[in-house]
Design a protein around this ligand. Structure first.
Ligand code: AMP
Ligand code: MG
Length: 466
């Protein structure tokens, strides 16, 4: 049913543990992504039915799969944990799409592995559906991201602080699941030969033009600068930018406590476990640099003369600043329709005004285009003055429509869709999915989905919900 070619499972001892997904009570397909199945060259029709659903639930291992849990380490909120690894995920294997691109197929929430520590290896419907919606919105916005192929309800109960919750399994698709933390795992164990194998593997799989470890670092820095600029331009807050949640491919990965801001403020944080705002919206570029410095530290032993290596790697890590700045200007310039002549102070003044007047991030940028931005501000004269200056630059309104989404997966809408799904009604989820994966499409019957939350609807915290 699926044609696998499992290159990671051919890596040396210690890179992973062979483990099968654990069966679940009564699989029930909640969502299936036909467009993605087609992109991957998979038979969506077959996967939606009996045997296919068994595979997506982890009740059957398809022919050609070689299920493994990958080993990795990571800095979590700045503290190093030498062993994390796939504690509730199993990599079924890799598929090569019709266009030749290789993808990981991973089941998340598929039961315990040797890396589970005290966890149950499971996930509940909330975070599974949330990741499904948000990652597919990101893909629709052309942001590098892991994707969601399917969500299956397990029929088992998962126990969390909140009590008993309905379990689910997500089929996640990624360019690969190799993280900064994968490199750290071997670096901390002082296994230079394993680091060298991993580096060669990553170059071959993701950066075939890279000439060596330093150039690999350089290319990862470039990709991350772009990805983070994408996040910023959407008001996206990842929430857990630990080094184990930073993909070497540059894809956004791990949608645990992520959220989009409604009202703009640079210090916005949603994650209930991020008490100090370490991963607030405005911190994300700096955190990325910090994470990339950890990546560089892993690669330095492979770079020959060590004094020179430290100097070179430091320079490359620091190149994130200007690369990110350029990417940021390009994104926000495009959002204002003034691409080509991005005006830094004009952008910053708008953001300052938005923060001071508690304006809705998405609605301001969309509203600049359709004439409703003014409604988002309380001090209209301040906005009008800015607006005149902006208009004097003859912004390209048609171009703006291609970058500013009409709607995002707002937290209160995601929460509603999850609550209905738990109660047995997938209608709101399906509708929200359709709407956020067509983020530029204006449709009257989707109007409510682009509204900001009422005071009573505002979601202030998200939970890892793991
Ligand atoms: P995350 O916060 O999702 O990035 O996960 C951090 C680490 O905790 C990873 O090693 C996960 O595999 C592990 N983990 C998270 N939730 C569970 C769970 N329910 N059971 C086992 N391991 C888990
Ligand atoms: Mg993670």
């Amino acid at each position: 049913m699926i044609r696998f070619d499992n290159s990671y499972a051919r890596m040396p001892q210690g890179f992973f543990a062979r483990v099968s997904p654990s069966p679940v009570r009564s699989p029930d397909l909640l969502a299936f992504n036909d467009a993605l199945a087609e992109r991957l060259g998979l038979d969506g029709q077959a996967l939606r039915q009996g045997d296919g659903v068994s595979i997506l639930a982890g009740n059957a291992v398809p022919d050609g799969a070689d299920p493994i849990a990958q080993a990795y380490a990571g800095h979590q909120f700045g503290g190093f944990v030498p062993q994390l690894g796939d504690g509730r995920a199993v990599l079924l294997g890799e598929v090569v799409a019709p266009d030749g691109t290789r993808f990981d197929l991973q089941l998340k929430g598929s039961g315990p592995t040797p890396f589970s520590r005290n966890g149950d290896g499971r996930a509940w419907m909330g975070p599974v559906l949330r990741e499904y919606l948000v990652s597919e919105f990101m893909a629709a916005m052309n942001v590098p991201t892991t994707r969601a192929l399917a969500a299956v309800k397990t029929g088992d109960t998962v126990w969390r602080q909140e009590g008993g919750l309905p379990g689910a399994v997500l089929t996640r698709v990624a360019a690969s699941h190799i993280r900064v933390g994968t490199f750290q795992y071997f670096a901390v164990r002082d296994r230079p030969e394993a680091l060298a194998s991993l580096t060669d593997y990553v170059i071959q799989r993701h950066y075939p033009d890279a000439t060596g470890p330093l150039d690999l670092l350089n290319k990862v820095v470039e990709r991350q600068a772009d990805t983070i600029a994408d996040w910023m331009s959407l008001g996206f807050i990842h929430g857990v930018m630990n080094t184990d949640n930073m993909a070497i491919s540059g894809e956004t990965i791990d949608y645990g406590p992520c959220a989009f801001m409604d009202v703009y403020h640079p210090d916005t944080v949603f994650s209930s476990i991020d008490q100090n705002g370490r991963y607030a919206w405005a911190q994300q570029p700096q955190v990325a640099v910090w994470n990339l410095a950890q990546f560089a530290t892993c690669l330095i032993p492979l770079m020959g003369d060590q004094d020179q290596a430290v100097e070179d790697a430091t320079r490359v890590v620091h190149s994130f600043g200007p690369l990110y700045q350029a990417a940021w200007q390009k994104r926000f310039g495009a959002k204002l329709g003034i691409e080509g002549a991005p005006n830094q102070t004009l952008i910053e003044r708008l953001l300052t005004m938005m923060a001071e007047q508690r304006a809705d991030f998405t609605r301001v940028f969309d509203g600049l285009n359709n004439g409703t931005a003014r409604d988002e501000f309380t001090q209209r004269d301040v906005f009008d003055a800015w607006h005149r200056e902006w208009q004097a630059l003859s912004p390209d309104l048609a171009a703006m429509k291609l970058v500013n989404p009409v709607r995002i997966p707002r937290n209160h809408r995601v929460a509603d869709a999850i609550a209905s799904a738990v109660a047995g009604d997938m209608g709101p989820f399906d509708r929200l999915f359709d709407a956020v994966t067509h983020p530029y499409r204006q449709r009257d019957d989707w109007d409510d989905l682009s509204h900001a939350p009422l005071q009573s609807e505002v979601v202030r915290a998200t939970f890892c919900g793991t």
